[in-house]
Design a protein around this ligand. Structure first.
Ligand code: ADP
Ligand code: MG
Ligand code: MG
Length: 251
């Protein structure tokens, strides 16, 4: 069993107008096998939390900690975080010109595992995972994110996740821009990976729609850079009916 623990996390970002405080004391603990949803209005700091976990250089940790099984994640480079078992699916994935999906996946797998995967089983794993996600085999020869549709980007992220087998996956607005069919396929991928590896999931979303397909045990409402309320799945149902207005009045 693994634990990802975030304690009293304060994070700022440098803007043209100076330093801006975004996260103001976030506490969160996720264990293997658990699915936590972070919900909240736009601009509440959800993506900042995801980027901070991933080690994005733009975000400065002012105080607090992130640990993975007691190891200090904030001391780790981006590569070391991936090696330690953290996976982040970005809200805005970048293009990697000249690098095909096949090569990208193999390089990532080799980096995370510390050794190249055995070729035959790897090819089989990639094919299977692509078929599960209803991706055309020709997709593997395309350059990463170049001209990918929104749905293709998301599938590519989930494909990476299924093959890298992280301990914890942070999925930032994986549901945005997906039609219902693509949402189902992507959600099934997440659920399959959960079942296969027992990973913990931090699912960041503005909308409740994806929670019908990926069911969280814990829901955290994020407002103004910290958790304003926590509960079980019933909290997501309430947000679906009432929205975030109530919290914005308090904040
Ligand atoms: P959410 O994902 O909940 O919509 P974000 O974490 O993206 O929220 O943003 C939180 C706040 O921090 C917003 O006001 C946003 O404008 C600001 N912010 C986030 N990243 C940056 C950045 N790189 N530069 C300037 N402001 C930023
Ligand atoms: Mg946003
Ligand atoms: Mg966001």
């Amino acid at each position: 069993m693994s634990t990802l623990k975030i304690t009293d996390l304060h994070v700022s970002v440098e803007t043209d107008q100076g330093t801006k405080q975004i996260l103001r004391g976030v506490d969160l603990e996720i264990n293997s096998g658990e699915t936590h949803a972070i919900m909240g209005p736009n601009g509440s700091g959800k993506s900042t939390l995801a980027y901070t976990i991933a080690g994005h250089p733009k975000y400065t940790v002012e105080s607090g900690s992130i640990t993975l099984d007691g190891e200090d994640v904030l001391e780790m480079s981006v590569d070391e975080r991936a090696k330690a078992g953290l996976f982040l699916a970005m809200q805005y994935p970048v293009e990697i010109p000249g690098v095909t999906v096949t090569n990208f996946l193999r390089t990532a797998k080799t980096a995370v595992d510390g050794e190249a995967p055995a070729l035959r089983s790897w090819i089989k794993d990639v094919r299977e995972a692509m078929a599960n996600l209803k991706m055309d085999p020709s997709f593997s020869e395309r350059n990463v994110n170049e001209g990918f549709s929104g749905g293709e980007k998301k599938r590519h992220e989930i494909l990476q996740m299924e093959l890298l087998k992280p301990k914890f996956a942070v999925l930032d607005e994986t549901d945005s821009g997906l039609d219902v069919d693509a949402l189902k396929i992507v959600s099934e991928g997440v659920n399959r990976a959960k079942e296969a590896t027992g990973m913990g999931v931090l699912l960041i979303t503005h909308y409740t729609r994806i929670l019908r397909y990926i069911q969280p045990q814990f829901v955290h409402v994020f407002v103004n850079g910290k958790v304003a309320e926590e509960g079980g799945p019933e909290l997501a149902d309430r947000l679906e009916n009432e929205g975030y207005d109530r919290y914005l009045e308090i904040a």
